[in-house]
Design a protein around this ligand. Sequence first.
Ligand code: ADP
Ligand code: MG
Length: 241
Amino acid sequence: MKKSFGAVSVLKDISLSVPRGGVVALIGPSGSGKSTLLRCLNLLTIPDSGVIRVDQRMMDFTNGHKLPADKELAAFRARTGMVFQNFNLFPHMSAVQNVMEGPVTVQKVERGAAREAALKLLEKVGLKDKADVAPDKLSGGQKQRVAIARALAMKPEVMLFDEATSALDPELAGEVLAVVRQLAAEGMTMVLVTHEMAFAREVADTVVFMRDGVVVEEGPAAQVIDAPRQPATLTFLSHFH
Ligand code: ADP
Ligand code: MG
């Protein structure tokens, strides 16, 4: 996959493969293209070229290929759930309304059924008692757990996390990491952009180190983090010890 912004090539023919049920941690310095890659996978950013496949469904952005219709993009986008650093909750909606919104408006699920499913998801992330609370009354860790429940409500095949704990104090980050850990144990396919090296090592099967829009090193989590083979990976990791 390739993506440029103006003259700046941000993703330089990058390729990423995640097996079903696999967890990939994407690490690398700021500006290396990690967020752009996740946004391309979720089609929030349209790649200049490349192919994205989720299970049997494929989106082809090969050079010169016609851009798919909005409806087709939306349907494909729903196959991947995205969680952002800054939560991006709808501020005027309660926790449960945030979780119901996608199923009701996009998937045309009946409100009662959507609410019931949303309450189950809030329970799963430990927030059953916060269903009717507005986002501004929640802690950062609680907001992020609502955001995870909201993404899960669309029944995605893949979950994408872009520095989901970077805005949180360690204690609140821990609540969110616990939910991610649980999803991994349940077999959810995930791509995690993270600066938490200990977490990446624990939860991810594979760690991918990106720099300047290319994959520099990719391998089993423990190997890349404990014994990187590329000098650039070692230099990057040395900032975390
Ligand atoms: P990372 O998430 O690894 O920090 P990003 O994917 O956010 O990296 O950004 C990679 C590069 O792409 C940066 O130089 C950034 O300034 C640039 N970039 C990202 N999004 C845009 C955009 N919408 N327009 C122009 N440049 C962008
Ligand atoms: Mg980023």
